[in-house]
Write a protein that binds this ligand. Structure first.
Ligand SMILES: C[S@@+](CC[C@H](N)C(=O)[O-])C[C@H]1O[C@@H](n2cnc3c(N)ncnc32)[C@H](O)[C@@H]1O
Length: 256
């Protein structure tokens, strides 16, 4: 039976793979992987498994999405156990829809194995709850990458008014424009903002700032790895404290 596993490889640290992802990988005959997948994770596939680099990294596509879909279908037709390994979670900015549609169109069954997305890995390393009670009412995952590398057409005012935590994937190169839009939409210039490069890996770097200062700081850091941007009061140093019987207050300690 032709069957493909679309597997989330997580943010990089092999220990953050799910048990199911590990089992599927250990049984693979071929692994089609993106460039954000850590080599130590590829090493978990059996020695005989063919490792096929489809080199997809935002902004640097070495194979087009159509080519990847074609290859995936071809590989699945061999009858081998095929794993399509994607960074983070396949369903979060992972172009999973295109690949699932290609498989469906050819009558090939598939299973999606979720992975830890960059946002939750970054939040864990910062020891910061993205939905901190009384501070963040919602959580928004956004792309920072629009058509032809420009800015996406977000509803900047709604996002700013949401009072939620904004997590921007693929936003390091457009951060200046993103910040300008948020500030123009009414976001306070001192809104906490953090960039995390290589979340979960030993080479992780974290840059703290505000929505006004972060673009310059990220540019100066000349990041080479994947970068996640997180914006919102939840990223500040605020803490909900008990101030009396059933009464809570939000205190900010060393707010930048
Ligand atoms: C094409 S998206 C893929 C997202 C992935 N499917 C996920 O769930 O994390 C690539 C973007 O994810 C973010 N990203 C992925 N891995 C990361 C990591 N280890 N550290 C920081 N950001 C990461 C970066 O914003 C990067 O540009």
């Amino acid at each position: 039976m032709n069957h493909v596993f679309l597997v989330g490889a997580g943010p990089g640290d092999p220990e953050l793979l799910t048990v199911k992802a590990l089992r599927v990988l250990q049984n693979a005959d071929a692994v089609l992987y993106d460039s954000l997948v850590d080599p130590r994770i590829l090493d978990l596939a059996p020695p005989h498994a063919r490792r096929i680099d489809v080199g997809k990294r935002c902004g640097r596509h070495s194979a087009s999405q159509a080519d990847i879909c074609r290859l995936l279908v071809e590989e699945a037709r061999t009858g081998d156990k095929i794993v399509r390994l994607k960074g983070g979670d396949p369903m979060i900015f992972g172009r999973a829809t295109e690949e699932m549609n290609a498989l469906r169109a050819h009558g090939i069954g598939f299973t999606v194995v979720p992975g830890i997305t960059a946002a939750t890995a970054a939040a864990a390393s910062l020891e910061c709850s993205l939905t901190r009670r009384a501070v963040a009412r919602s959580l928004h995952f956004l792309t920072g990458h629009g058509a032809e590398g420009g800015l996406p057409a977000h509803d900047w005012v709604s996002l700013t008014k949401s009072g939620g935590t904004l997590v921007v994937y693929m936003g390091s190169h457009t951060l200046g424009g993103l910040a300008a839009h948020f500030i123009e939409a009414g976001m306070p210039t001192d809104m906490p903002a953090v960039a995390v490069e290589n979340a979960s890996l030993l080479q992780q770097r974290t840059i703290h700032g505000t929505i006004a200062s972060l673009p310059g700081a990220v540019e100066a850091a000349a990041c080479g790895g994947p970068v996640l941007i997180m914006i919102g009061e939840a990223l500040g140093d605020g803490a909900v404290v008990q101030v009396g019987e059933g009464q809570e207050e939000l205190l900010f300690v060393n707010k930048k």
